[in-house]
Design a protein around this ligand. Sequence first.
Ligand SMILES: [Zn+2]
Length: 122
Amino acid sequence: MLPLLKLLAHYGLHLVAPYFLAALWPKRSRLRVYLLLLATMAIDLDHLLVRPIFDPERCSVGFHLLHSWPFVLLYALLCVLPYGRLGWPWWLRVLGVGLCLHIFTDWQDFVLWRLLDGRLSL
Ligand SMILES: [Zn+2]
């Protein structure tokens, strides 16, 4: 049962949650915002820099380059910058939100489910 829930949580957060998050930008095309949020999955290309590319025993957050803590800080910063005052494009905040969601998704995929099935303890 847990593997199925984990799979649903993983793809729900990667593919379904962005659709609802897109409503945070009511003046923008929901499809456009949704696609921008999905585009943040491109940070997984950093998996190609290491061998093995995928290791189920490794948490990508804090390990892969674009999942490292300095980048996570940058993604959080992208969520809160005053874009209007800076004259920067609105979609940078969308990318920040999408990247934070991506990091959360990867984190819960590794840590949360290991806590639930007893393979990890606090
Ligand atoms: Zn990832």
